[in-house]
Design a protein around this ligand. Structure first.
Ligand code: URA
Ligand code: CA
Length: 435
């Protein structure tokens, strides 16, 4: 078998065998064939697709391209959640402390920002002293001691994805259902958790912009998870505007703390509770997701959720006092508000452009070597459907300097359409896909 024969077969719309897919995943993990051949096959898959069988085989072969973590030393049903990525999407920081406070053992491996989307590890590192790298032993010990860990991957998990993801990013092959499903699910299946709740975003800030594609992605991931023996639920949720009001690393941590402290509400809280409710159900703690949601609301009211976040920050070397005084988080040099400039209704947001505006301020990386500025970003003061006047605040900018603030202000204004016709507030949840 050669890589050239496999490329040829997929080019001609053929269905790859398990053996051929195994060869491809091993070649990606070991980098034993040149990048141009891997990239050629990725493009053939992007253009000609894969059957459900091929997608499942690719996921399992990518999972088995490295180690599969063993979390059996942690008692209980370990339930993970995964979001396909968005802007102002801080659900992990809101719901993992709440789920842990309700008794779910949370052993979460998170990632860094990618393109216009933020990453949980970058957000956590905005907390002074916070460490996200640890050994597998430490990772397991922390879950057994406090019930909650959110950290970087330490083992050799799904190395085939590492190679393929980097190639997809630079060959215009990210937006392929079989490639997204196998990328996400191979990592989740290798992480050793027992059950998974997926948050599949849809809209202008999501990897899939249309509801049809987002649903197909959600269904595909649930199908593969079921075949791999993991209970799964996927929620399709809105990303036609940033989910939270805060965008930027320390700003998003502040919003999560405000929500856990019961001082704030809004769409980020509702989506976090919706996902978390399913985590409690899959963990066998409640009968239904609704009961799970109610339990999590109690963990906000009692302060148990915020206490869990403090415990985790302390266990990972950070300063837990940020939870009592958010001013201890990094603060930007320039903080100023910009107004809407005209009256009307907030009709549309280009959420990807809004994510890129925060990245350009220094909250995200443009090259792999970029140092982040944790303090920068912005707080959006309007939501889709809002009626605004010319002097209604639009955004509070948190910038390194006035020039950056002015650039971000222009980009944000260009990304938000205000017009005379009333506009509807989008739904938060579009679909729930269970087995
Ligand atoms: N996130 C991933 O990890 N992989 C993809 O392909 C898309 C989003
Ligand atoms: Ca994310």
């Amino acid at each position: 078998m050669t890589m050239l024969e496999i490329i040829e077969k997929k080019k001609l719309h053929g269905e790859l065998s398990r053996e051929e897919i195994h060869f491809f995943a091993q070649a990606a993990a070991e980098k034993s064939v040149p990048d141009y051949q891997l990239a050629a096959l990725l493009m053939a898959i992007r253009l000609n697709g894969m059957t459900d069988r091929e997608t499942t085989d690719l996921t399992l072969e990518m999972r088995d391209s490295g180690d599969v973590a063993d979390l059996s030393a942690i008692p209980g049903i370990k339930v993970d959640k995964h979001s396909t990525g968005g802007v102002g999407d801080t659900t992990t920081l809101v719901l993992t402390p709440l789920a842990a406070a309700c008794g779910v053992p949370v052993a979460k491996i998170s990632g860094r920002g990618l393109g216009h989307t933020g990453g949980t590890l970058d957000k956590l590192e905005s907390i002074p002293g916070m460490k996200v790298a640890m050994s597998t032993d430490q990772f397991i010990r922390q879950v057994n001691e406090i019930g909650l860990v959110v950290a970087a991957q330490s083992g050799y998990l799904a190395p085939a994805d590492k190679t393929l993801y980097a190639l997809r990013d630079v060959t215009s092959t990210v937006d392929s259902l079989p490639l997204i499903i196998s990328s996400i699910m191979s990592k989740k299946l290798a992480s050793g958790v027992d059950a998974i709740v997926l948050d599949v975003k849809t809209g202008s800030g999501a990897i899939m912009h249309t509801l049809e594609d987002s649903k197909a992605l959600a269904e595909g991931m649930v199908r593969v998870g079921r075949l791999a023996g993991k209970p799964m639920v996927a929620l399709v949720t809105d990303m036609s505007q940033p989910l939270g009001t805060h965008v930027g690393n320390a700003l998003e941590v502040k919003e999560a703390i405000d929500l856990l402290a019961g001082r704030a509400g809004g769409d980020l809280l509702e989506v976090s509770l919706g996902i978390g409710g399913w985590m409690l159900k899959l963990a066998g703690i409640t009968e239904t997701a609704e009961e799970g949601e109610a339990r999590m609301r109690e963990a906000i009211a009692s302060g148990a959720g915020l206490q869990k976040l403090k415990d985790m920050i302390a266990a990972q070397g950070g300063n837990p006092a940020v939870c009592d005084d958010v001013k201890l988080l990094p603060q930007a040099a320039v903080i100023r508000t910009s107004v809407c400039g005209k009256a009307g209704y907030v009709q549309k947001m280009d959420t990807e452009a809004l994510g890129l505006a925060s990245q350009a301020m220094g909250a995200g990386r443009e090259t792999m070597e970029d140092q982040l500025d944790y303090s920068v970003g912005y707080v959006l003061k309007v939501r889709l459907g809002d009626k605004v006047e010319a002097d209604t605040p639009l955004v509070e900018l948190h910038a390194k300097n006035e020039a950056d603030a002015a650039r971000a202000e222009a980009a944000i204004k260009a990304a938000i359409r205000i017009g005379p016709e009333p506009a509807e507030k989008p739904p938060l949840f579009y679909a729930i896909i269970t087995e």
